[in-house]
Ligand binder design. Structure first.
Ligand code: SF4
Length: 373
């Protein structure tokens, strides 16, 4: 089983914290679509033998595509790739693109069966702070519009740990998502990425820096609220009602192959090679084959990647899997390294699986790095 990711590299406005690849000029959108269709053709053998179980339109802002553009892309995908019956097809959408009630219905008619909506907050003061283009009102309306159109397989993104976000307002944000009946939430602590507008503003003392203690407290609050509401905390940043996990993202975490199309998109062959397209719209558009870089992962890198990714999931790291894929010694080393964290209550051993506890999840990446081979 494989997945396809399509990167749509345009946004209406730059959010201050964002370090994804995008352009706020839509001038090249038509040329980009032509180049994307071309890349679909040239790279169709990357996952040739595998039925495609998931398609994910990410960005950028895929909801900037017109319905005709979306249809053209989906038609070409179906013509070139073995798309499985019942494939999950997700579109990332921003609330300001969903103001017209007809849009979610039109997406649904064209085959989109899951939305990932960039809500970030249900409060205008947070949205202004992030320089999001939409309002709190549009955030709530976008969800209702989608649900009324029968597109109720919805995930929303929320951001916590922004300076000035009180625990009470964070709780209200999560509460609003629950009230609206959202089956899947992706919640991220605000990170200050280098060379973003936010990074510059913090360094110029125009914006307050983030406070790790506030972020940790709000993460714990989030886990408590969603556990009480019946959500599975199936990956460190992702929560779903039973049966509503993202199949696309789950396949990343399970190490399945995926093809990334569009500028900056990453691909993985499911074994040992990873490649990524150039993050430049003009060069992407002009090239008959988009320039890309490729990395071959050594067995040690593959093991470390497995530790990093699996520890972030609810199922944890499987010592038997490590033994089978990387050798008995690698499995024993991992188990020995984990003993200290088990003693400290940051990890538990469930059968042959190492799973982070609530306290361990606060330190997930640090613990994983410490356990690297
Ligand atoms: S809409 Fe998304 S991709 Fe675009 S700037 Fe904002 S966070 Fe980044």
């Amino acid at each position: 089983m494989a997945g396809i990711y399509l990167h749509i590299p345009f946004c209406r406005q730059a959010c201050h914290y964002c370090n994804f690849h995008f352009s706020t000029s839509l001038r090249q959108k038509n040329d980009f679509i032509a180049a994307l269709l071309r890349e679909m053709e040239t790279r169709k053998d990357y996952i040739a033998a595998e039925p495609v179980e998931t398609i994910y339109f990410g960005g950028g802002t895929p909801s900037l595509l017109t319905e005709e553009e979306l249809e053209m892309i989906l038609d070409r995908l179906h013509a070139l790739y073995p798309i499985a019956q019942g494939a999950e097809i997700t579109l990332e959408a921003n609330p300001d693109d969903m103001a017209e009630p007809g849009r979610p219905a039109a997406w649904r008619r064209r085959g989109i069966n899951r939305l990932s909506i960039g809500i970030q907050s249900f409060f205008d003061e947070d949205l202004r702070w992030m320089n999001r283009v939409h309002s709190a009102r549009q955030a709530a309306d976008s969800i209702r519009n989608a649900q009324e159109a029968g597109l109720d397989n919805i995930s929303i993104d929320l951001i916590y740990g922004t300076p000035g976000l009180s625990d009470l307002r964070w709780e209200k944000n999560v509460g609003q998502a629950l009230l609206l009946g959202i089956p899947h939430l992706s919640c991220y602590a605000l990170t200050v990425e280098p060379r973003t507008a936010l990074d510059t503003m913090i360094r110029q003392h125009k914006k307050e820096d983030v406070h790790p203690d506030d972020q940790a407290r709000q993460f714990l609050l989030l886990m408590d609220l969603l556990a009480a509401a019946g959500y599975e905390h199936y990956e460190i940043s992702n929560f779903a009602l039973p049966g509503r996990r993202s199949r696309h993202n789950t396949s990343y975490w399970q190490g399945k192959p995926y093809l990334g199309l569009g500028p900056s998109a990453h691909s993985y062959d499911g074994i040992s090679s990873r490649q990524w397209n150039i993050a430049n719209n003009a060069v992407y558009i002009q090239s008959s084959i988009p320039p890309s870089e490729k990395e071959m992962l050594t067995p040690t890198q593959q093991l470390n990647e497995y530790i990093m990714i699996s520890l972030r999931t609810m199922e944890g790291a499987d010592l038997d899997h490590v033994a089978q894929r990387f050798g008995e010694e690698a499995s024993r080393t991992l188990q020995r390294g984990a003993e200290q964290y088990i003693r400290e209550g940051k990890m538990v051993m469930d059968g042959r699986r190492l799973i982070l506890t609530r306290e361990g999840k606060l330190l997930a990446d640090g613990i994983a790095a410490d356990l690297f081979n």
